[in-house]
Design a protein around this ligand. Sequence first.
Ligand code: PLP
Length: 383
Amino acid sequence: MQFRDLPKQYEVLKEKIDAAMIEVASSARFISGPQVKELEQALAEYVGVKHCITCANGTDAITIAMRVWGVGKGDAIFVPDFTFFSSGECPAEEDGTPIYVDVDENTYNLDPVKLEEAVKKVIAEGKYNAKAVVAVDLFGLPADYLAIKEVCDKYGLLLLEDGAQGFGGSIGGKLACSFGDISTTSFFPAKPLGCYGDGGAIFTDNDEWAILIRSLCVHGKDTGNLNDPNAKYNNIRLGFNSRLDTLQAAILLPKFKAFVDYELADINKVAGWYTDGLKDTGLVLPIIKDGFYSSWAQYTIQLPEGVDRTAVQAKLKEADIPSMVYYPKPMHQQGAFAGTDSAIADCHVTERLCATVLSLPLDPYKTKEEIDFVVAVMKKALV
Ligand SMILES: *Cc1c(COP(=O)(O)O)cnc(C)c1O
């Protein structure tokens, strides 16, 4: 069994994706071809945000947002302790100090009460300037933005939505990647909307920031005057070489259509089969609160404490069922932060989750029979 069946998805979309790739090859417009603009317009319209600027990957997207806000030495950036490394790596890369905050044990997302406590503590200590929050839509579920925004407004913090895993999710019909002052996503192949390599995008309603982001993505060039043919070689700031390849944009266009037309609904159906099948097993299952909609980047369960996770994974593997541990280590314990103030954190929920979580195979193309099989093997592995 595939953990996320990308070969199957390709089989279904092959004709459209092949045609899209060949079109780019024959046009030879590999950089900034028309498909890039078309994709940006389609994504901005779908998310309901004024500007979408694509870039090379989801990590660059976060770093560029930090650069736009001038994050630097002395700035505290509040980041959930339970996330992929980039969420904290990027603020630290810009010389900010990530302050790791514990997550909610049911949603796996930033705990707004603990966020406020952490912000108050930083302000009281006075060593750092409380600057911004990076909230993550972990495993496809949007973070609790109503409560998080309240904290941001109260203390004057900027909000970045790291929607690398959250694209397609929503709260009360408002889509992921529209909640941050700047929001970012990733098109890494295994994400809810993936391309065939690395890719990312940045979303914002702010016109000034959008111009700055476009400039930063292309070596800090002067994007304020695109009619000037020499503007391309007029570099007014230091930037990055961070563009989405035309080839990836062309692949994403038919994949985005399938995502909106049926994949998102189908993956919710498949996740529902797990939740039905695994209830009353002693496992803690994902909880989607009223009004929230997940794009199910992962189906992540918690094993009862004391159950040997490695043994469970081995039993699944014997039945040809892959499983993954997202994530085995809290951010504040990562070696990259050893000896820094980022290593000081009070995150017991994250520590427990890192020891008990397990992600099961999931994609929109899984059949009821496949999920029933995983459920049956899982139940046997637990006794
Ligand atoms: C994947 C991921 C990223 C980074 O995206 P890349 O495109 O791989 O650089 C950032 N944040 C989170 C939460 C992710 O899952």
